[in-house]
Design a protein around this ligand. Structure first.
Ligand code: BTN
Length: 270
């Protein structure tokens, strides 16, 4: 498959390397950073053999799905870098909107599909998981931090028997290829990366994220290691934590966990 960058990404100085197949684009990006690569560099493929997911899970990337990681070495505090995943979620949602409009114009009469963001940075289509984002960071010495944002999208196929129900773009009737989606993603990423501005623009990114958030104001159960926090999904705070307001009125900020909405919450959290 031929992957390429559009004008906004190229003018931001971004480079691209594509692979027919690779273990994990995130693992490759971190190894490049250790060897001196500074980025911004996209590593992209439509087939991974050892994809990594959040919370030490595996990520399945069968042929035809999109797996892409962008590496940049930054002089930012790890806490600020942790908010970059929200910029990636907003960028991906924008890219999905753009390619689905194009796909609908090709297949006249097709219904619009709406996408939503699920904390921390999944994209949902029709309430099912369409994509995941894995943000990894590694100190390189001094104040330099290698930051890798890895994005996986189920383009042609979705895994079965996952903890969250999954879907694919083809499964919801959006017939685009991984290369078309990647070009739109890299364009949106260049815009959101600039808005994020090494963390100084996180307030603006956060507003965009909240406008696209799934489940905001509704009941959630958030499963952490060993415990579950239940209540209302109130907001995300200025550090990117999910804020749950419990029945006692306490606001609990959560940095990492699995979110279950509404009825699925009780089932998932049992
Ligand atoms: C999740 O668990 O939801 C996050 C999945 C992230 C998968 C992507 S695919 C590209 C990049 N390379 C990896 O090994 N993982 C990320």
């Amino acid at each position: 498959m031929v992957f390429s960058l559009g004008p906004t990404a190229r003018s931001a100085g971004t480079r691209l390397e594509a692979f027919d197949s690779i273990g994990s684009t995130n693992a490759e990006a971190l190894s490049r950073a250790r060897a001196g690569e500074r980025g911004p560099l996209w590593l992209v493929t439509d087939r991974q053999t050892a994809g990594r997911g959040r919370r030490d899970r595996a990520w399945q990337s069968p042929p035809g799905n999109l797996a892409a990681s962008v590496l940049e070495v930054m002089e930012v505090a790890p806490a600020a870098a942790a908010t970059l995943g929200f910029a990636a979620g907003v960028a991906l949602e924008g890219a999905l909107q753009a390619v689905s409009v194009e796909a609908r114009m090709r297949a006249a009469g097709q219904d619009a599909i709406s996408f939503a963001l699920k904390w921390p940075n999944d994209v949902l289509a029709g309430g099912r998981k369409l994509s995941g984002i894995l943000l990894e960071a590694e100190p390189l010495g001094g104040s330099a931090l290698a930051v890798v944002v890895g994005i996986g999208v189920n383009v042609v196929a979705a895994p079965e028997a996952t903890i969250f129900p999954a879907t694919s773009l083809h499964g919801v009737g959006i017939h685009v290829g991984a290369a078309e989606l990647f070009m739109a993603l890299a364009e949106e990423w260049a815009r959101l990366r600039a808005l994020w501005d090494d963390g100084r623009g996180f307030a603006a990114v956060r507003n965009l994220w909240l406008e696209r958030a799934s489940g905001l104001g509704g009941e959630v159960n958030v499963r952490l290691s060993g415990t579950t926090v239940s209540g209302v999904f109130e907001t995300i705070d200025e550090t990117g934590c999910l804020v749950v307001k419990t029945a006692s009125g306490e606001r609990v900020p959560i940095a990492a966990g699995d979110v279950y909405f509404g009825g699925a919450a009780s089932a998932g959290a049992s």
